[in-house]
Every structure is written in structure tokens, then in C-alpha cells.
Design a protein around this ligand. Structure first.
Ligand SMILES: NC(=O)c1ccc[n+]([C@@H]2O[C@H](COP(=O)([O-])OP(=O)(O)OC[C@H]3O[C@@H](n4cnc5c(N)ncnc54)[C@H](OP(=O)(O)O)[C@@H]3O)[C@@H](O)[C@H]2O)c1
Length: 245
């Protein structure tokens, strides 16, 4: 993938991994549009990086996705990054279904709808890419976050299908499956587990994007991937031990 002179739209670009992506794309002469719900978070980024284009939108709202596709027709790289992560127990009856639904809508339905709306536009571009941010928990699930893990596994499967379906187009489809990264999403994670910095993640991802390596497993995610193939039960037990506090 050519990492220069693109028009890049990043969902969830106002913090964490999306922001690190935005900074890297900006540093290589790309036009960058970042999406998020909180206007104040977007404005903080705009102040620091005046060239970035900010757009407040909730990607779980279909009308917002229509608006984005209508307004940013010249996008040639779509980064489906926005995501939420909730712990949820199925052992008690007090389930918060609105949270559960929002997690599925944000992490799976929204990126699928973004792909549906943007692919017709990407097909018209000379070169194009979709970068889906999944997770190592999409390789082997985290027991305390079953919905999160399921949405990420679904995204990995969707990404593969899309890649195959678009094989006769020039749209490249990437799956980036990060390990634990130091972002607002992991504020309450197990303090004994070392986190990678978002900028460090992006440096690893960048090399793979440039080399058209379509499945990207940075750091611990590579070990996850290998173990999921050779000894999935061992990996499941390890994940259970590490993620239970
Ligand atoms: N951090 C990790 O350890 C880790 C590991 C593997 C994968 N990932 C994945 O990486 C992606 C980014 O996560 P992160 O850790 O960088 O999280 P983060 O710092 O919490 O950032 C999430 C971003 O998504 C935006 N967002 C959330 N819901 C949205 C919605 N409905 N509409 C529009 N924007 C929305 C947030 O802005 P607003 O709140 O203002 O909307 C924010 O910009 C996620 O898909 C996550 O699952 C993270």
C-alpha cells in the first residue's frame, strides 16, 4: 500500500490507536479526516494538528454513515477503527442490553455499513484500501468480554470475505489485530500486563501496510495467532489466567 498522498478517513481518530494512525498519516502528507462523537475531544486534536479534518458523528447511526459517504467522496483509505470494550457477565440476571447492543453496533455493524457505503466510492479511486482494526481477542476470546471478543472474531471473518470478494478490484483489505495497547480503552485492564504504546504499534503496522501484508499481528498477537493454530486449548487457558483479575 502506498502510504503517501491519500485521503484517509479514520473512525475513532480522537484518541488511542486511531489518533496514532492519524498522526502517522499526517506526517506522510496524507489528508486525514477523523471521526468521533465528542466534539471537545476532536477539537483538542485539531488544535494540536491544524491540518486534520474533524467530523463529529456517531457511526452507530446509519444517517451519520450516509452523511460521511456523501461528504467525503474522495476518500481512498478507510480505517475502521472506532470501538468500545465492555466486560459483561452472563451469570446474573441484571444484563444491560443497551450496552451489549451498542458494543455490537459500534464494533461490527458500523464498520460493515461503512464498508457497504464506501466501497462503491473506493472502486472509483485509482488505488484504495480498507484497514479494519480487530483484536487479538478476535483470535482467542477474553472470557470476561464475550461480546467484544465475538465482534472482533466477526470482523476478522468479514475482513477475509471482503478481501476475497474484492480480489478483482484494486481495493486492498487489511486486518490489523493489536495486542493490549495503552489507550483510554484499557484504563482498567490488569496492571500486571505490559501494554504497547499506540505509536509503537503504528510503526510495526506501517511496515506491514507498505509491504501489502494483509493480516497484521503486532507483538503478542503473533504468538496468539500461532498458538491458536497449534495449541488452541493451551492459549485459551493462558488467556483465562492472564485476563482474570
Ligand atoms: N487498546 C487496546 O488494547 C486494543 C487492542 C486491540 C484492539 N483494539 C481496538 O482498537 C480500536 C481503537 O481502540 P482504542 O484502544 O484506541 O480506544 P479509544 O482510545 O477508546 O478510542 C476509541 C475511539 O473511537 C471513538 N468512538 C467510539 N464509539 C464511537 C462511535 N459510536 N462513533 C464514532 N466514534 C466512536 C472514540 O471517540 P468518542 O468516544 O468521542 O466517540 C475514540 O476516538 C478499537 O476498535 C479497539 O477494539 C484496541
Amino acid at each position: 500500500m502506498n502510504t503517501k498522498n491519500n485521503v484517509v478517513l479514520i473512525t475513532g481518530g480522537s484518541s488511542g490507536i486511531g489518533l496514532a494512525f492519524a498522526k502517522k498519516f499526517l506526517s506522510e502528507d496524507n489528508q486525514v479526516i477523523i471521526i468521533g462523537r465528542s466534539v471537545s475531544k476532536l477539537e483538542v486534536v485539531k488544535k494540536q494538528f491544524p491540518k486534520v479534518i474533524i467530523e463529529a458523528a456517531d457511526i452507530t447511526d446509519g444517517k451519520s454513515i450516509d452523511m460521511l459517504a456523501e461528504k467525503y467522496k474522495d476518500v481512498n483509505i478507510l480505517v475502521n477503527n472506532a470501538g468500545v470494550h465492555y466486560e459483561c457477565s452472563f451469570k446474573n440476571e441484571n444484563g444491560d442490553f443497551s450496552k451489549l447492543r451498542n458494543e455490537i453496533e459500534t464494533n461490527f455493524i458500523a464498520p460493515v455499513m461503512m464498508a457497504k457505503k464506501f466501497i462503491p466510492l473506493l472502486i472509483g479511486q485509482e488505488r484504495a484500501a480498507i484497514i479494519n482494526i480487530t483484536s487479538y481477542f478476535g483470535i482467542s476470546p477474553k472470557p470476561s468480554a464475550p461480546i467484544y471478543s465475538a465482534t472482533k472474531a466477526a470482523m476478522r471473518s468479514f475482513t477475509k470475505s471482503l478481501r476475497m470478494q474484492l480480489i478483482d478490484t484494486h481495493i486492498r483489505v487489511f486486518d490489523v489485530a493489536p495486542p493490549i495497547i495503552d489507550t483510554p480503552l484499557t484504563t482498567n485492564s490488569n496492571p500486571n500486563v505490559k501494554k504497547m504504546q499506540p505509536e509503537e504499534l503504528i510503526e510495526i503496522v506501517w511496515k506491514d501496510l507498505k509491504n501489502d501484508k494483509y493480516d497484521i499481528y503486532p507483538g503478542l498477537s503473533r504468538l496468539f495467532y500461532i498458538l491458536s493454530r497449534v495449541n488452541p486449548r493451551y492459549l485459551e487457558n493462558k488467556v483465562m489466567a492472564i485476563t482474570s483479575k
